[in-house]
Design a protein around this ligand. Structure first.
Ligand code: AMP
Ligand code: MN
Ligand code: MN
Ligand code: MN
Length: 291
Protein backbone atom coordinates (compact mmCIF):
# COMPACT_ATOMS: atom_id res chain seq x y z
CA UNK A 1 0.00 0.00 0.00
CA UNK A 2 2.64 2.44 1.10
CA UNK A 3 4.77 1.68 -1.94
CA UNK A 4 1.94 2.22 -4.39
CA UNK A 5 1.00 5.45 -2.60
CA UNK A 6 4.53 6.79 -3.03
CA UNK A 7 4.72 5.50 -6.58
CA UNK A 8 1.50 7.32 -7.45
CA UNK A 9 2.72 10.52 -5.82
CA UNK A 10 5.97 10.26 -7.74
CA UNK A 11 4.16 9.76 -11.03
CA UNK A 12 1.80 12.62 -10.22
CA UNK A 13 4.54 15.13 -9.58
CA UNK A 14 7.06 14.16 -12.24
CA UNK A 15 6.59 16.34 -15.32
CA UNK A 16 7.10 14.75 -18.71
CA UNK A 17 7.88 18.02 -20.44
CA UNK A 18 8.68 21.22 -18.57
CA UNK A 19 9.44 24.55 -20.23
CA UNK A 20 10.59 27.32 -17.90
CA UNK A 21 11.53 30.11 -20.30
CA UNK A 22 9.35 31.96 -22.83
CA UNK A 23 7.84 35.34 -23.63
CA UNK A 24 4.46 36.90 -24.34
CA UNK A 25 3.23 40.32 -25.49
CA UNK A 26 3.79 41.48 -21.90
CA UNK A 27 7.44 41.80 -22.98
CA UNK A 28 8.77 41.11 -26.47
CA UNK A 29 6.91 37.95 -27.42
CA UNK A 30 4.39 37.90 -30.27
CA UNK A 31 1.50 36.05 -28.59
CA UNK A 32 -0.56 37.08 -25.55
CA UNK A 33 -0.11 34.96 -22.39
CA UNK A 34 -3.21 32.81 -22.96
CA UNK A 35 -2.09 31.98 -26.53
CA UNK A 36 1.40 31.05 -25.32
CA UNK A 37 -0.29 28.73 -22.79
CA UNK A 38 -2.41 27.15 -25.53
CA UNK A 39 0.61 26.54 -27.72
CA UNK A 40 2.59 25.08 -24.82
CA UNK A 41 -0.25 22.69 -23.96
CA UNK A 42 -0.68 21.71 -27.63
CA UNK A 43 3.04 20.88 -27.74
CA UNK A 44 2.73 18.56 -24.73
CA UNK A 45 4.14 20.84 -22.03
CA UNK A 46 2.78 19.81 -18.65
CA UNK A 47 4.70 22.14 -16.36
CA UNK A 48 5.16 25.66 -17.62
CA UNK A 49 6.49 29.06 -16.69
CA UNK A 50 6.04 32.36 -18.54
CA UNK A 51 9.20 34.45 -18.04
CA UNK A 52 8.66 37.86 -19.59
CA UNK A 53 11.52 40.37 -19.45
CA UNK A 54 11.37 42.55 -16.32
CA UNK A 55 7.57 42.35 -15.99
CA UNK A 56 5.16 40.15 -14.06
CA UNK A 57 2.02 41.57 -15.71
CA UNK A 58 1.18 38.36 -17.60
CA UNK A 59 1.37 35.99 -14.66
CA UNK A 60 -2.31 36.01 -13.69
CA UNK A 61 -3.58 35.34 -17.21
CA UNK A 62 -0.87 32.74 -17.82
CA UNK A 63 -1.66 30.82 -14.64
CA UNK A 64 -5.39 30.88 -15.31
CA UNK A 65 -4.97 29.65 -18.89
CA UNK A 66 -2.41 27.02 -17.91
CA UNK A 67 -4.60 25.57 -15.20
CA UNK A 68 -7.66 25.53 -17.47
CA UNK A 69 -5.56 23.56 -19.99
CA UNK A 70 -4.38 21.04 -17.38
CA UNK A 71 -0.79 22.29 -17.08
CA UNK A 72 0.88 23.09 -13.81
CA UNK A 73 2.19 26.66 -13.70
CA UNK A 74 5.20 28.19 -11.99
CA UNK A 75 5.45 31.99 -11.85
CA UNK A 76 8.45 33.45 -13.65
CA UNK A 77 10.37 36.48 -14.84
CA UNK A 78 13.60 37.09 -16.79
CA UNK A 79 15.57 39.91 -15.18
CA UNK A 80 18.09 42.03 -17.12
CA UNK A 81 21.32 42.54 -15.21
CA UNK A 82 24.86 43.63 -15.91
CA UNK A 83 27.88 41.91 -14.44
CA UNK A 84 31.31 43.41 -15.06
CA UNK A 85 29.77 45.51 -17.87
CA UNK A 86 28.22 42.50 -19.57
CA UNK A 87 24.47 42.17 -20.11
CA UNK A 88 23.24 38.91 -18.59
CA UNK A 89 19.78 37.50 -17.90
CA UNK A 90 18.64 35.85 -14.69
CA UNK A 91 15.38 33.89 -14.61
CA UNK A 92 13.41 33.95 -11.36
CA UNK A 93 11.07 30.98 -10.86
CA UNK A 94 8.35 30.47 -8.28
CA UNK A 95 8.38 34.10 -7.18
CA UNK A 96 5.56 35.77 -5.31
CA UNK A 97 4.19 38.04 -8.05
CA UNK A 98 3.19 40.95 -5.81
CA UNK A 99 6.34 41.12 -3.72
CA UNK A 100 7.27 44.81 -3.10
CA UNK A 101 11.07 44.48 -3.50
CA UNK A 102 10.77 42.45 -6.70
CA UNK A 103 8.01 44.61 -8.21
CA UNK A 104 9.80 47.84 -7.26
CA UNK A 105 13.03 46.61 -8.82
CA UNK A 106 11.25 45.58 -12.03
CA UNK A 107 9.46 48.97 -12.23
CA UNK A 108 12.84 50.73 -12.17
CA UNK A 109 14.23 48.42 -14.87
CA UNK A 110 11.29 49.12 -17.15
CA UNK A 111 11.55 52.88 -16.88
CA UNK A 112 15.29 52.64 -17.61
CA UNK A 113 14.38 50.78 -20.82
CA UNK A 114 12.44 53.75 -22.19
CA UNK A 115 15.32 56.15 -21.70
CA UNK A 116 17.72 53.60 -23.25
CA UNK A 117 15.40 53.16 -26.26
CA UNK A 118 15.47 56.93 -26.87
CA UNK A 119 19.27 56.83 -26.86
CA UNK A 120 19.22 53.88 -29.28
CA UNK A 121 16.99 55.91 -31.59
CA UNK A 122 19.44 58.83 -31.44
CA UNK A 123 22.42 56.57 -32.12
CA UNK A 124 20.71 55.08 -35.18
CA UNK A 125 19.66 58.54 -36.44
CA UNK A 126 23.32 59.56 -36.18
CA UNK A 127 24.27 56.88 -38.72
CA UNK A 128 21.51 57.93 -41.09
CA UNK A 129 18.57 55.77 -39.98
CA UNK A 130 16.03 58.24 -38.54
CA UNK A 131 12.69 57.54 -36.88
CA UNK A 132 13.56 54.15 -35.41
CA UNK A 133 12.42 54.96 -31.87
CA UNK A 134 8.93 55.88 -33.12
CA UNK A 135 8.92 52.92 -35.48
CA UNK A 136 9.93 50.49 -32.74
CA UNK A 137 7.21 51.89 -30.48
CA UNK A 138 4.65 50.73 -33.05
CA UNK A 139 5.78 47.15 -32.36
CA UNK A 140 5.59 47.55 -28.58
CA UNK A 141 2.71 45.62 -27.01
CA UNK A 142 3.28 46.68 -23.40
CA UNK A 143 3.84 50.45 -23.25
CA UNK A 144 6.21 50.08 -20.32
CA UNK A 145 8.39 47.38 -21.89
CA UNK A 146 10.42 48.24 -24.94
CA UNK A 147 13.19 45.87 -25.98
CA UNK A 148 15.77 45.53 -28.72
CA UNK A 149 13.44 42.94 -30.27
CA UNK A 150 10.98 45.75 -31.10
CA UNK A 151 13.78 47.78 -32.70
CA UNK A 152 14.83 44.71 -34.64
CA UNK A 153 11.34 43.96 -35.94
CA UNK A 154 10.80 47.52 -37.12
CA UNK A 155 14.23 47.76 -38.76
CA UNK A 156 13.71 44.47 -40.62
CA UNK A 157 10.27 45.74 -41.74
CA UNK A 158 11.88 48.78 -43.42
CA UNK A 159 14.52 46.64 -45.12
CA UNK A 160 17.62 47.47 -43.06
CA UNK A 161 18.47 43.75 -42.89
CA UNK A 162 16.84 40.60 -44.19
CA UNK A 163 16.12 38.99 -40.81
CA UNK A 164 16.47 39.52 -37.08
CA UNK A 165 19.74 37.60 -36.58
CA UNK A 166 21.55 39.64 -39.26
CA UNK A 167 19.95 42.86 -38.03
CA UNK A 168 21.17 42.17 -34.49
CA UNK A 169 24.61 41.19 -35.73
CA UNK A 170 25.10 44.44 -37.64
CA UNK A 171 23.20 47.00 -35.58
CA UNK A 172 22.07 45.96 -32.11
CA UNK A 173 24.87 44.02 -30.42
CA UNK A 174 27.78 45.45 -28.38
CA UNK A 175 30.10 47.50 -30.55
CA UNK A 176 27.47 48.04 -33.25
CA UNK A 177 25.91 51.46 -33.96
CA UNK A 178 22.48 50.91 -32.42
CA UNK A 179 23.78 49.38 -29.20
CA UNK A 180 24.01 51.68 -26.21
CA UNK A 181 25.41 50.79 -22.82
CA UNK A 182 22.83 50.67 -20.12
CA UNK A 183 22.77 50.34 -16.37
CA UNK A 184 20.67 47.26 -15.60
CA UNK A 185 20.22 45.66 -12.18
CA UNK A 186 23.25 44.19 -10.46
CA UNK A 187 23.58 40.44 -9.99
CA UNK A 188 23.16 40.90 -6.27
CA UNK A 189 20.00 42.99 -6.68
CA UNK A 190 18.31 40.58 -9.08
CA UNK A 191 19.09 37.44 -7.09
CA UNK A 192 18.18 39.33 -3.90
CA UNK A 193 14.75 40.34 -5.24
CA UNK A 194 14.05 36.80 -6.48
CA UNK A 195 15.09 35.24 -3.17
CA UNK A 196 13.13 37.81 -1.14
CA UNK A 197 10.06 36.95 -3.23
CA UNK A 198 10.51 33.26 -2.35
CA UNK A 199 11.81 32.22 -5.77
CA UNK A 200 14.79 30.43 -7.25
CA UNK A 201 17.36 32.31 -9.39
CA UNK A 202 18.54 30.59 -12.57
CA UNK A 203 21.20 31.74 -15.09
CA UNK A 204 19.46 32.15 -18.46
CA UNK A 205 21.06 30.80 -21.67
CA UNK A 206 24.68 30.81 -20.38
CA UNK A 207 25.95 29.72 -23.79
CA UNK A 208 25.07 33.12 -25.24
CA UNK A 209 27.44 35.24 -23.20
CA UNK A 210 30.69 34.58 -25.08
CA UNK A 211 32.68 34.43 -21.85
CA UNK A 212 35.93 32.54 -21.50
CA UNK A 213 35.91 29.42 -19.31
CA UNK A 214 37.55 31.36 -16.49
CA UNK A 215 35.16 34.31 -16.93
CA UNK A 216 32.13 32.02 -16.74
CA UNK A 217 33.49 30.39 -13.58
CA UNK A 218 34.03 33.81 -11.97
CA UNK A 219 30.47 34.73 -12.85
CA UNK A 220 29.06 31.45 -11.52
CA UNK A 221 31.13 31.84 -8.32
CA UNK A 222 29.54 35.27 -7.80
CA UNK A 223 26.07 33.96 -8.73
CA UNK A 224 26.36 31.12 -6.20
CA UNK A 225 27.75 33.47 -3.53
CA UNK A 226 24.73 35.79 -3.76
CA UNK A 227 22.27 32.88 -3.52
CA UNK A 228 21.78 31.65 -7.11
CA UNK A 229 20.69 28.03 -7.35
CA UNK A 230 20.06 27.09 -10.96
CA UNK A 231 21.37 27.21 -14.52
CA UNK A 232 19.70 26.60 -17.89
CA UNK A 233 21.36 23.53 -19.38
CA UNK A 234 18.92 22.73 -22.18
CA UNK A 235 17.63 25.85 -23.92
CA UNK A 236 16.63 27.22 -27.29
CA UNK A 237 20.04 28.71 -28.05
CA UNK A 238 22.22 25.81 -26.80
CA UNK A 239 24.04 23.41 -29.11
CA UNK A 240 24.66 19.81 -27.96
CA UNK A 241 28.17 20.95 -26.92
CA UNK A 242 26.70 23.72 -24.79
CA UNK A 243 24.40 21.20 -23.11
CA UNK A 244 27.37 18.99 -22.18
CA UNK A 245 29.46 21.94 -21.06
CA UNK A 246 26.79 23.52 -18.85
CA UNK A 247 25.75 20.12 -17.49
CA UNK A 248 29.35 19.77 -16.25
CA UNK A 249 29.19 23.20 -14.66
CA UNK A 250 25.82 22.39 -13.06
CA UNK A 251 27.41 19.31 -11.47
CA UNK A 252 30.49 21.24 -10.38
CA UNK A 253 28.45 23.95 -8.65
CA UNK A 254 25.70 21.56 -7.48
CA UNK A 255 23.19 23.83 -9.27
CA UNK A 256 19.73 22.65 -10.24
CA UNK A 257 19.29 22.43 -14.00
CA UNK A 258 16.60 24.22 -16.00
CA UNK A 259 15.14 23.69 -19.44
CA UNK A 260 13.52 26.45 -21.49
CA UNK A 261 12.77 27.18 -25.12
CA UNK A 262 13.02 31.02 -24.87
CA UNK A 263 10.10 30.99 -27.32
CA UNK A 264 9.15 34.49 -28.56
CA UNK A 265 6.82 33.73 -31.45
CA UNK A 266 5.96 31.21 -34.15
CA UNK A 267 8.16 32.71 -36.87
CA UNK A 268 10.94 33.95 -34.69
CA UNK A 269 12.24 31.30 -32.38
CA UNK A 270 14.83 28.59 -32.88
CA UNK A 271 12.82 26.21 -30.77
CA UNK A 272 9.10 25.87 -30.16
CA UNK A 273 7.58 25.56 -26.69
CA UNK A 274 8.47 22.25 -25.07
CA UNK A 275 10.41 21.02 -28.12
CA UNK A 276 13.74 20.56 -26.41
CA UNK A 277 15.92 17.58 -25.53
CA UNK A 278 15.49 16.17 -22.04
CA UNK A 279 17.96 17.23 -19.37
CA UNK A 280 20.88 14.85 -18.78
CA UNK A 281 19.44 12.33 -16.36
CA UNK A 282 21.84 12.71 -13.49
CA UNK A 283 21.18 16.45 -13.06
CA UNK A 284 18.83 17.81 -10.41
CA UNK A 285 15.90 19.36 -12.32
CA UNK A 286 15.00 22.82 -11.05
CA UNK A 287 11.28 22.02 -10.93
CA UNK A 288 12.01 20.10 -7.72
CA UNK A 289 12.61 23.44 -6.02
CA UNK A 290 9.48 25.17 -7.25
CA UNK A 291 6.51 22.79 -7.26
P1 AMP B 1 16.88 43.78 -24.52
O1 AMP B 1 16.32 43.08 -23.33
O2 AMP B 1 16.13 45.04 -24.87
O3 AMP B 1 18.37 43.99 -24.45
O4 AMP B 1 16.63 42.84 -25.77
C1 AMP B 1 17.01 41.49 -25.74
C2 AMP B 1 16.06 40.75 -26.64
O5 AMP B 1 16.41 40.99 -27.99
C3 AMP B 1 16.16 39.25 -26.45
O6 AMP B 1 15.37 38.80 -25.40
C4 AMP B 1 15.60 38.78 -27.78
O7 AMP B 1 14.20 38.94 -27.77
C5 AMP B 1 16.17 39.80 -28.75
N1 AMP B 1 17.46 39.38 -29.31
C6 AMP B 1 18.68 39.51 -28.76
N2 AMP B 1 19.63 39.01 -29.59
C7 AMP B 1 18.99 38.57 -30.69
C8 AMP B 1 19.40 37.97 -31.93
N3 AMP B 1 20.69 37.75 -32.19
N4 AMP B 1 18.43 37.66 -32.82
C9 AMP B 1 17.14 37.90 -32.57
N5 AMP B 1 16.68 38.47 -31.43
C10 AMP B 1 17.60 38.80 -30.52
MN1 MN C 1 13.27 38.83 -25.72
MN1 MN D 1 17.35 36.33 -22.44
MN1 MN E 1 14.20 35.08 -22.81
Amino acid sequence: MINSYFLKRFIDVTPANFDFHCHSTVSDGLLPPHAVAERAAANGVDLWSLTDHDDLGGQGAAREAAEALGMRFVSGVEISIEWKDRPIHIVGLGVEVVHPALCGGLDALRSGRLERARRMGEALAAIGIPGVFDGAMRYVTNPSLISRAHFGRYMVSIGIARDLPSLFLHYLTPGKPGYVDHRWATLEEAVGWISAAGGVAVVAHPGRYKMSGAGMRRFLDDFRDVGGQGIEVTCGSHSPDHVMHFARLARHYAFHASRGSDFHGPQESYVDLGRLPALPEDLKPVWRLVI
